[in-house]
Design a protein around this ligand. Structure first.
Ligand code: ATP
Ligand code: MG
Length: 107
């Protein structure tokens, strides 16, 4: 209760706005994910905080109807994993490659 979660959740308020090129990339991903609310674009950086029960498909993308995962939705922003040790090891391992290469490829 020292305020770790609170501190991380305040991050979006001090992040710089998205540059025009970044805004296009972020909007494209949001659009593919069906998360572009009423077609509005915003220059706020994404802040994603998936629950530790998140599946691998939710984290890196995929699923029956393939859609981007949290790691893609956090592009140019923050992927905040609170209670990190509670996440499934398999899910965390799936993040290694995207973090190293900067790409997330879904087969
Ligand atoms: N520095 C602070 N200033 C104001 N309120 C604080 C501060 N630290 C903690 N709090 C209060 O305590 C609550 C709990 O903090 P928070 O959930 O961020 O702690 P935590 O470090 O993530 O705890 P845990 O290890 O249990 O996850 C916050 O919602 C906030 O109301
Ligand atoms: Mg906490």
């Amino acid at each position: 209760g020292s305020g770790k979660s609170m501190l991380a959740q305040r991050l979006p308020s001090i992040l710089p706005p998205l540059a025009p090129k970044e805004l296009l990339e972020v909007s494209m991903i949001a659009s593919v994910a069906g998360e572009l609310g009423e077609g509005k674009l915003t220059d706020r950086r994404p802040f994603r905080a998936p629950h530790h029960s998140a599946s691998m498909a939710a984290m890196v993308g995929g699923g029956l109807r393939v859609r981007p995962g949290e790691v893609s939705l956090a592009h140019h922003g923050v992927l905040f994993l609170d209670e990190f040790p509670e996440f499934a090891p398999q899910t965390l391992d799936a993040l290694r490659q995207p973090l190293e290469t900067g790409d997330c490829v879904i087969a």
